[in-house]
Design a binder for this molecule. Structure first.
Ligand code: ACO
Ligand code: ZN
Length: 166
């Protein structure tokens, strides 16, 4: 049992439990073309439970966000080597969108990677995915690069990132 991190109307955002992984994979299958193995979900949950979160409405999962921590070159500082959070995937079921749930998931994931003292948080998003780009921009992410043919179907991605101050 996990405590609610945030409530948005009748929706609660909380950390993911092992028993949430199958419904999380089902949401991913319904909402995004990028899918992952069971093992990958399990390892993200084991490595960074602070930023693997789910959104629940009436005991049913309607959204998730999952992240990992990486060490690498800064998206902000020249020659900087930093600890970076990486949003691997975030989604909300179609019928639950435009209620602030996606925003709540990303905000709580930011809080989660900050608990781990990350310097930055970044993600890739399809250039055509203007809903998601707008959400990230609203939360302070900046488009840092365009990654040519990043996706299997050949579409470009924006690399978007946000820098933290402590
Ligand atoms: N039209 C315009 N702006 C939008 C829209 C939309 N349809 N959806 C989200 N936004 C922007 C707005 O700025 C909105 O703020 P506002 O309501 O004050 O205008 C802000 O995002 C927050 O909206 P939420 O209601 O919190 O977002 P929602 O719960 O609908 O989730 C999400 C957004 C996750 C992108 C959802 O549309 C989704 O699941 N899409 C399919 C999966 C997807 O594309 N995931 C992101 C892929 S990239 C990655 O995973 C790293
Ligand atoms: Zn990524």
């Amino acid at each position: 049992m996990q405590v609610a991190l945030r409530e948005i109307g009748n929706c609660i955002i909380r950390r993911c439990d092992l028993s949430d992984l199958i419904p999380t994979m089902e949401i991913n299958l319904k909402t995004l073309p990028e899918h992952y193995s069971d093992y990958f979900y399990e390892s993200l949950l084991a490595e960074l439970p602070e930023a693997f979160l789910v959104a629940e409405v009436e005991k049913k999962l309607v959204g998730y966000i999952m992240c990992k921590i990486e060490y690498g070159f800064s998206n902000f500082k020249k020659l900087g080597f930093v600890k970076k959070g990486h949003v691997v995937s975030v989604a909300v079921l179609d019928e639950n969108r435009r209620k602030g749930i996606g925003e709540g998931l990303v905000q709580e994931a930011i809080a989660g990677v900050k608990l781990k003292k990350s310097d930055e948080l970044y993600l890739e998003v399809r250039c055509s995915n203007s809903d998601a780009v707008r959400l990230y921009e609203k939360l302070g992410f900046i488009i840092k690069q365009r990654l040519k043919a990043y996706y299997r179907d050949g579409e470009d991605a924006y690399l978007m990132a946000i820098e933290f101050a402590y």
